[in-house]
Design a protein around this ligand. Structure first.
Ligand SMILES: NC(=O)c1ccc[n+]([C@@H]2O[C@H](COP(=O)([O-])OP(=O)(O)OC[C@H]3O[C@@H](n4cnc5c(N)ncnc54)[C@H](O)[C@@H]3O)[C@@H](O)[C@H]2O)c1
Length: 440
């Protein structure tokens, strides 16, 4: 099947590469010319485990193509997925400029019947609006509607395991107007649904809303475990064994129960905020959803306060050397959007601390933002040189079993603030470290 993917970011590129791998002819379009030129040379714009080899295979087998020209990409395409970014606007609701701009261009070039599928996370009513834009564009070109239909197919992949998630989905959500559109999508996803996972067909508004509902539910678990952690710390309990107690209950389950610095990234923060904004617009009271967000913001502030308190005050952070391990919002990705590390670095710089950072994948993207105001280390141990403290902000595997002796030798003071609870408190105490975790 010939398929077009508009927007070649985390979602679009993974979707394209995985669908090419099952034998489809995939045309990935992006408005960012340098991104496309690099992809044509095999240079990926992002880090995602397993993605590079899939893209290379697609090249070799001639099933994967990259272009900035939508006209070429949509010619005789069966399905066109819209995977562009839908960031938050200044007002706190989703900014749909990119998705509507992509739709306009699509409407100007569509020449053969196809299914237009919204894969980006969009508010209810967006796919309907896309249909209206397309109809208008086609009317302007004297083409009668019927050339296309629309569907919503929100994406549930997680950065860091995006390829794995795409290839082994728990569920595929298909919001459709016509049964044959659902059949077409089910046929496309069939190779991925063989092992497990189900195909959930529904109306378009429910499919659009389901994505926000899922992300808000996940965010609620993180904020709740963090509140429980904050309290357990004050009564001498440890959130780690408590988490196991909770996770073993099948009604609760073990996932999304790690206490720490809270959620970040390009999805959970923006999708929770979008629902809060929607509630305001519709005048529906959403106290729980607002609290999820507030708790998440507090979590970073509490961590910073704990650090400042250790040194006596925020002002005492001045000229302290603070090493940071981990910049991406979670491991196995170079995505730094809404990463807790950024709020913490900004605060440290505000109080004139000297900041040294290391991350296995996110150094380049972070350098673009902080430039010379912080020091970028080439490896975890050189990051620790003369450090008064280490902050662990992302739970990359490489940080989990370090050479503690080497760490101690490099640091001025063996002090660790573990924002992700990756170390054993008892072990570190036994080995002469001062250790502070979250909720323990
Ligand atoms: N990143 C995730 O983990 C994830 C998971 C599920 C859903 N989503 C949703 O998927 C959507 C895309 O997210 P992402 O993280 O892949 O975004 P991204 O920022 O990584 O990529 C978006 C791409 O779209 C391109 N683009 C923007 N406007 C365009 C246009 N008019 N024509 C062609 N290309 C255009 C951009 O240049 C960029 O390359 C968002 O709605 C997001 O909420 C993301």
């Amino acid at each position: 099947m010939k398929i077009t993917i508009v927007g070649t970011g985390y979602v679009g590129l993974v979707t394209g590469a995985c669908l090419a791998d099952t034998g489809n002819e995939i045309w990935c379009v992006d408005k960012n010319e340098s991104k496309i030129r690099n992809l044509e040379k095999g240079i990926l714009p992002l880090y995602e485990p397993g993605l590079e080899s899939l893209v290379q295979n697609g090249f070799k087998k001639e099933t994967l193509f990259f272009t900035t020209e939508i006209a070429q990409a949509v010619k005789n395409t069966a399905i066109c997925f819209l995977c562009v970014d839908t960031p938050l606007s200044k007002e706190g609701s989703p900014d749909l400029t990119n998705i509507f701009a992509a739709t306009e261009v699509l409407g100007a070039h569509l020449t053969s019947p196809c299914l237009i599928v919204t894969k980006s996370t969009v508010p209810v009513g967006t796919t309907k609006k896309i249909k209206e834009i397309l109809e208008k564009k086609l009317r302007e070109r004297n083409i009668i509607a019927g050339l296309f239909s629309v569907a919503s197919n929100p994406e549930f992949l997680r950065e860091g395991s995006a390829v794995q998630d795409f290839q082994h989905p728990d569920r595929i959500v298909a919001g459709v107007e016509k049964t044959q559109d659902a059949e077409l999508l089910e046929k496309l996803y069939k190779p991925f649904l063989r092992m497990h996972g189900c195909f959930l067909k529904m109306d378009i508004p429910s499919a659009e809303f389901a994505k926000y509902a899922a992300n808000t539910m996940l965010a609620s678990r993180i904020s709740l475990i963090n509140e429980l952690a904050n309290l357990s710390e004050h009564v001498g309990a440890d959130i780690d064994p408590i988490r196991e107690v909770l996770g073993q209950d099948p009604r609760i389950g073990p996932h999304f129960l790690l206490a720490g610095l809270g959620y970040g990234g390009s999805c959970l923060p923006k999708d929770v905020q979008a629902l809060i904004r929607l509630g305001e617009e519709k005048k529906v009271s959403l106290p729980m959803i607002s609290a999820i967000q507030k708790t998440n913001q507090n979590q970073r502030e509490l961590f910073f306060k704990k650090l400042a308190n250790h040194f006596g005050s925020e002002e005492n952070l001045r000229d302290k050397t603070i090493a940071i391990w981990g910049l991406s919002f979670k491991p196995e990705t170079d995505d730094i959007r809404e990463s807790p590390a950024f709020s913490i670095i900004e605060k440290l710089l505000q109080y004139e601390a000297r900041v040294r950072v290391f991350d296995p994948q996110a150094l380049d993207k972070t350098r673009d933002i902080f430039q010379k105001s912080i020091y970028f280390a080439e490896d975890p141990y050189s990051c620790l040189e003369k450090a008064d403290c280490l902050l662990v902000l992302t739970e990359w595997d490489i940080f989990k079993k370090p050479d503690f002796l080497k760490m101690k030798q490099a640091m001025t003071t063996p002090l660790i603030f573990d924002g992700r609870n990756i170390y054993s408190k008892a072990f570190l105490h036994e080995n002469g470290f001062i250790y502070k975790g979250v909720g323990r």
